[in-house]
Design a protein around this ligand. Structure first.
Ligand code: ADP
Ligand code: GLC
Length: 494
């Protein structure tokens, strides 16, 4: 089974969120299941520089406004996975993140930048660009790569099956419909039953309409996106795909996230020997200027600061949290950046509560490890959450998650009730309504449980014993690929 993954991010080269972690880990897990996996990536500065041993596969000439496009093939250093790099300096060699300029605005030519990613992926899948390798499955991730599914569906020579994974339905890749012609696709696609979305061109719809199979990153989110409340206007399109839509839960890369062998933290520890975690906590409190107090329950957040993550609820619940009775008083450590209003509000909270609240408005991979290792509990109060990886990392590190019961959070954390603690089931705390009061109630429960060390250790160890592996996900993707390739032999082209 030859599988080509098309994506805009890959850990450790370029990452804005969990998508990069998935693309950095899933290929190796699929290879362990016997698949022959390659990636196709845009030649962003970190990718053009970081993919090793590149050789030219073909020269593509002028495309999407770029004067010259060259396709190269190399390997990712960390896992040896083969990766095609689309070298198009005019489109990709620029500072900022993959989607946004340094001032936070979207790159004005994102249609061309990600249209090219889809175009190259589809032409690789049609066997046109690399005579030595043609995939059986083209697997596109998020709107950035979605257009590959439309190109593949339009091309009668494509035998590869297509799979599209929605990591986040809220980011859709919407463009001016007048720019549709830049894609070089037949105009019959630019209709409401095709790529048109309320007068705009939608890249997300290319994946949702034309992929042979659609997956999301948790079973609950797969159900949610077929509803009005979570469908971001696309729930009808998703419902129409029926059984083609399924959810496969993400895993944890144990080479990157392992408290017993984490070189980024103050001390190693494991479920059998938790002493190192106390050292990590003290080191984190010192680093962040919090009161160094082993007994104080220390909550952390590691997150993009956006409305998705529900951190405004935390700001509203913060006075209650800080007032809950606990030895030393509850503490909060936040690592994140994004929305300027949220950044300002968290900075203000830190200024108001020195020693109790610490905030780092940054993107810092190493500090993320120290926070997850050092905190007692992790907060993920998301309004919606396709999967969520930080609560999985937290479980692995014995850092008890406090989550909203939604999407992948609901699938991965068993919230404590009196009964579930006694039944040896709970792995964290959860709440339902997206309100500060409901969050505060879960926080109250967590603070109270932290005051009972034997109970808390039980929660920690139960979390650490959970196994959210990429192996389990890869087995499910392999089964999906088999079904998709069998069906694609019978598919009609649009
Ligand atoms: P999302 O993809 O929606 O941002 P996930 O929980 O799936 O959420 O993944 C987020 C990833 O990004 C995790 O690996 C997390 O550790 C990391 N991350 C988020 N914010 C930061 C930050 N400010 N600094 C370092 N890592 C971060
Ligand atoms: C998205 C989602 C997040 C998910 C990640 C990786 O960024 O917001 O929930 O874990 O993709 O699939």
């Amino acid at each position: 089974m030859k599988v080509l993954h098309a994506a805009a991010e890959v850990f450790p080269l370029i990452k804005t969120g969990g998508l990069a972690d998935v693309v950095g880990a899933l290929p190796e897990a699929l290879m362990a299941q016997g698949a022959d996996v390659r990636l196709v990536l845009p030649g962003l500065p970190a990718i053009a520089k970081g993919v090793e041993g590149q050789r030219v596969v073909c020269e593509l000439g002028a495309l999407f406004g770029a004067g010259r496009v060259t396709l190269r093939l190399g390997r990712l250093a960390h896992n040896g996975v083969a990766a095609y790099v689309i070298d198009a300096p005019y489109l990709y060699q620029r500072p900022g993140n993959p989607y946004l300029a340094l001032d936070g605005s979207e790159w004005p030519d994102n249609l061309q930048r990600f249209g090219l990613l889809g175009w190259v992926a589809a032409h690789l899948a049609a066997g046109e660009l690399d005579p030595d390798w043609t995939p059986d499955v083209l697997h596109a991730h998020d709107w950035h790569a979605a257009m590959a599914c439309a190109y593949a569906a339009c091309h009668p020579g494509t035998r590869a099956a297509t799979v599209f994974t929605v990591h986040n339905l809220a980011y859709q890749g919407l463009f001016d419909e007048g720019d549709f012609h830049l894609l070089g696709l037949p105009s019959r696609l630019m209709v409401p039953v095709g790529l048109e979305f309320h007068g705009q061109l939608s890249f997300m719809k290319a994946g949702l309409k034309y992929a042979g199979r659609i997956t999301t990153v948790s079973p609950t989110y797969a159900h949610e996106i077929a509803t009005d409340a979570f469908g971001c206007g696309l729930d009808g399109v998703i419902r129409a795909r029926g059984a083609d839509v399924s959810g496969i839960l993400n895993g944890v890369d144990g080479d990157v996230w392992n408290p017993a062998a984490d070189r980024l933290t103050a001390a190693p520890y494991s479920a059998g020997s938790l002493d190192g975690k106390a050292l990590c906590k003290a080191a984190l409190q010192r680093e962040l200027g919090l009161h160094v107090d082993a007994g104080a329950p220390l909550f952390c957040v590691v997150s993009r600061l956006t409305t998705q993550k529900g951190l405004d609820l935390l700001l509203d619940a913060l006075p209650a949290l800080l007032d809950f009775p606990a030895a030393g008083g509850p503490q909060l450590a936040v690592l994140g950046n994004g929305d300027p209003a949220l950044e300002a509000a968290f900075a203000q909270a830190a200024a108001l509560h020195p020693g109790r609240v610490a905030v780092r408005l940054a993107y810092d991979e190493a500090l993320a490890h120290r926070m997850i290792a050092g905190a007692d509990a992790m907060l993920v109060p998301s309004r919606f959450e396709p999967c969520g990886l930080t609560q999985l990392y937290a479980l692995r590190y014995g850092t008890v998650p406090v989550v909203r019961q939604v999407g992948g959070l609901a699938d991965t954390v068993v919230g404590a009730t009196q009964a579930s603690v006694l039944d040896d089931l709970a792995t964290g705390f959860s709440f339902g309504p997206a309100t500060p009061a409901a969050l505060a109630q879960a926080l109250r429960q967590a603070v109270a449980a932290h005051g009972q060390p034997a109970l808390w250790r039980q929660l920690m160890r139960r979390g650490m014993a959970q196994n959210f592996s990429w192996e389990a996900a890869a087995v499910q993707y392999m089964a999906l690929y088999k079904g998709a390739t069998a069906a694609s032999g019978m598919k009609a082209h649009v």
